[in-house]
Unconditional design. Structure first.
Length: 408
């Protein structure tokens, strides 16, 4: 068995080493048709073909990319990713029995483990909905614009993603500029996103910048950085979520979090009226890194959330970045939020961080906010309880065709 795994690893490394930035890397052995790098006309992909895409593929000029249920799309190199630009659309409406699969060519050759990260870039959707700041550019590709300073487009649609699995993603363009499994930038609430499985991510599983898009049914397995990250004034609803961390970049109490809220800096004054303010309902997370990390410009609204850990150190599960996290406010607990460590059985006072990751490190902390000052707004509180409901894990689709079981 070890010899077989070693052989597969060597073949995967050989494939990666020979991927070429300037010629096509798609193999006719597993790919039936390769997508054009620029798509400007309505295009339909059919389930009887396996499609490859190499390097950046962008859908632009108002075109719609329609993908039939049961279709597989495979990235042919590490530096491959798919962009749906502003005013264009993707209609990828799979079914439980016939999901749509985004994966890597390495996976099609049989060289990937089920939750392997880092074999291609990811899927990017850019819209026009409100986002903090002007002239927003997607961090991993600044040629991709998104968002607006107006709320005029908050209800627009960028299309449909339903019963879609996105596997083996994450590519670092340059330091701190990585592609995520699914990137939603300035996407409006008219977009339908339901039953999404993101499996194996070298950076974040899902990251959202601004907009009001809602997500119903999300499974994130083995994202090495944050499983879910929201920024730049996002105000949608994310519900029915299962996060399972396996390998993480950092085992401290805030990086590689189940959920990260906000930015590394705040260039505008934020409060409850304009802060990044996601509504998170019915979430269960099994963590190896951080739990809930509140950065600058952000609050959160939590209902029926459960975080489970087995860490023996850096055990705090709620952490603030700095003073701005505290002064922005906008922290709502609409029901009790359950934090539980199976190994240490700590009290709630030990699970809210008394230190920030940035200055001032010893004041304006999560502990100060929720316990000392008792600034929580809502009916709930943070409690220690392993028996809270959280999401209904049996009803979360985990990327397997025809089943709610895991793909392992």
């Amino acid at each position: 068995m070890k010899k077989i795994l070693t052989a597969k690893l060597l073949l995967s490394l050989l494939f990666i080493a020979h991927a070429n930035e300037y010629r096509s890397n798609c193999s006719a052995t597993v790919i039936d048709e390769q997508l054009s790098n620029i798509i400007t006309k309505d295009t339909t992909l059919i389930a009887s073909k396996t499609y490859g895409f190499d390097k950046k593929v962008i859908v632009k000029d108002g075109a719609t990319l329609t993908i039939e249920p049961g279709t597989t799309l495979a990235a042919c190199s590490l530096f491959s990713y798919l962009v749906i630009s502003q005013n264009s659309h993707i209609v990828a409406k799979g079914t439980l029995k016939k999901p749509i699969i985004f994966t890597s060519q390495i996976d099609l050759f049989g060289f990937s483990s089920s939750d392997a990260p880092g074999e291609w870039g990811g899927l990017v959707i850019a819209g026009n909905a409100y986002s903090h700041y002007k002239d927003n550019k997607y961090e991993a590709d600044e040629s991709v614009s998104f968002g607006s300073s107006s709320h005029k487009y908050d209800d627009e649609s960028s299309g449909i993603l339903e019963y879609v699995v996105i596997k083996h993603t994450g590519y670092e363009i340059k330091k701190d500029r990585e592609l995520n499994g699914l990137s939603l930038a300035g996407v409006g609430s008219g977009t339908v996103i339901k039953n999404i499985a993101i499996i194996g991510g070298k950076d974040d599983g899902l990251e959202i910048w601004g907009g009001k898009v809602n997500i119903d049914g999300l499974y994130v397995l083995n994202a090495l950085d944050d499983s879910v990250d929201v920024d730049l004034g996002y105000r949608g609803v994310i519900k029915n979520v299962l996060v399972v961390q396996r390998d993480v970049d950092s085992h401290n109490n805030h990086d590689s979090s189940a959920m990260e809220f906000g930015n590394d800096e705040n260039l505008i004054k934020t409060d409850a009226s304009n802060a990044t303010l996601p509504t998170i309902k019915n979430l269960t997370a099994y963590i190896k890194g951080g739990g809930l990390y509140n950065k600058y410009d952000s609050g959160f609204r939590l209902k029926n959330v459960k975080i489970i850990s087995e860490k023996k150190k850096d055990n705090e599960m709620l952490h603030f970045r700095g003073k701005d996290s505290y002064t922005t406010g906008a922290k709502y607990l609409d029901s009790d939020v359950c934090l539980y460590n199976k190994k240490t059985h700590q009290k709630i006072q030990e699970l809210l961080s008394k230190k920030n990751s940035k200055s001032p490190k010893n004041h304006y902390t999560a502990y100060d906010y929720f316990l000392t000052a008792d600034k929580n707004i809502g009916r709930g509180e943070f409690i220690v309880d392993r028996n809270c409901k959280g999401t209904n894990e049996k009803h979360i689709w985990k990327g397997k065709a025809g089943s709610f079981n895991t793909v392992d």
